[in-house]
Design a protein around this ligand. Sequence first.
Ligand code: N01
Length: 554
Amino acid sequence: MLSLTKSGEIVMTGSIDVLVVGAGFAGMYAVHRFRNLGLNVKALEAGDDIGGTWYWNRYPGARCDVPSLEYSFGFSPELEQEWDWPEVFSAQADILRYANHIADRFDLRRNMQFDTRVASVEWQDDTLQWKLTSEAGEVFEAPYCVMATGCLSVPIKPEIAGAASFRGEVYHTGSWPKEPVNLEGKRVGIIGTGSSGVQAIPELARQSGHLTVFQRTPVYTIPANRKRMRDAVQQEFREHYREIRALQQVNAGGVSNFRPRKSVRRTEEAPRVPTRLLDLTPEQRQQVLQAQGLGALLAFRDVNTHPEANEVANTLYRETVRRMIKDPATAERLLPKTYGLGCKRQVLDRDYYETFNRDDVTLIDLVETPIDQITDTGVRTTSERYELDVLIYATGFDAMTGALLRANIRGRDGVELKQKWADGPVAYLGLQMSGFPNLFTVTGPGSPSVLCNMLVAIEQHVNWIGDCVTHLQATNQRTIEPLPGSEQSWIEHVNSVADGTMYTAPTCNSWYLGANVPGKPRIFMPYVGGFPRYRERCEMEASNGYPGFRVAKD
Ligand code: N01
């Protein structure tokens, strides 16, 4: 119901129990789940349709790095049985098709409002409601608010002198247009060689006239599985989904690793590797690499924990890449040498290194020759000018906290989340912040989030939030928020499990640490202790009546 306040605001009143911000997979499942719990839910989405990450990241080559059959929802056995995945690892278009199928099948759009970017989220101390105001000035109120705003949803562009003067086409991989982009015959430049850049570069090289890659930090990347999905494999998954979902719950990354038994040929079985690289002789290491490729290096546990093993793996990696690149100088530029395997999010590629053997691709090392300026016609480095028709930024995201801080959230007594998080995110279980009652974050900082299969993490979070709201209603309580002590001890635990891993090595700079955003506090944001341990902690809270939280009537 809409009504007009004294100050002239249009307010949707009364009827909404839960406001959800975002209509990616998290927002979609939240709408479905809360509706099934009998709650009146409304999702507000900035884009003009569902899909979140998979709506915005339409750049050529965009794909998922989790197997399609695992990167799917488990809440509906019917959905599991009816959906067909064409490839073992899905392309963006297929994942968006899956998201659309879910939205249609469960009629989710009727509880969603699109083209509505939330500009502020404010707690009303007097009414115990969250008040959300859109950029267009529309106001929504509800007792509960769920931020389903994604971990990688705020694309960032570096500040480079002259950037605004460029007269060609400009794109960011993280907000790629819906309309087709024609690159045929064009001189294309791309800045950034993280996951997005590495996925896009081979495709851009195929589509454009000439591609210039501006690389600041070389990347460790391993070849992606590019198999078509076999009907027999899909069928076997369908027969075992309940077992697979149970296995996901006890796996650190939320992946079942289910190996089809009937439909996989013997030759496809990977030979077992020892868990420590340092236990292998140099000859055995070469044999493993030859048999299984670069990805095998990541299977050794000590590569992630032992600096010596990590350095052995880095050396093996570099030797392999040197053999793949025709021009030795280009090969040296492409080799990561300043940090180790496992520090950043592992990148998967299709033909990345091979692309640099093409005559129509040029690699510019920005450490040797930094960008001096972007001009009206291209990019000027300290040594040369590169004339371009198209400039693409693959420069990443203000990860994990960016979307939450951008929403201008104010809690009790008007305290800003920006203020609370000035030295880094402080939250309990990545679900709630003290001083911000009834505000929930899906896959927030301090939860496994980006280190877990996102769909598994999303379902677990949304189910927990749904149960929590149901508990409050059943017990006639009106608010829940973490106790400051629970929050503090959880953050200490999150930090302690990350210490000593490659993620936090002194040579490591990644978006996990906020290192890609100037001025962002250096804190390791996701929970590295594994999904099962985390899930059990959440379950313990719920089954013991939320001892780590303040549950109250005010
Ligand atoms: O972003 P990134 P991304 N001048 O931050 C460079 C997920 N994802 O969009 O390292 C020059 O990793 C920067 O260089 P440097 C996945 O979780 C998943 O690629 O800062 N270069 C780096 O090379 C991933 O980890 C998939 O020196 C500049 C790049 O831009 C996350 O999204 C696919 C620069 C940014 O890399 C983010 O990946 C795609 C400057 N001023 C994304 N500023 C899947 O496969 C930045 N760079 C599922």
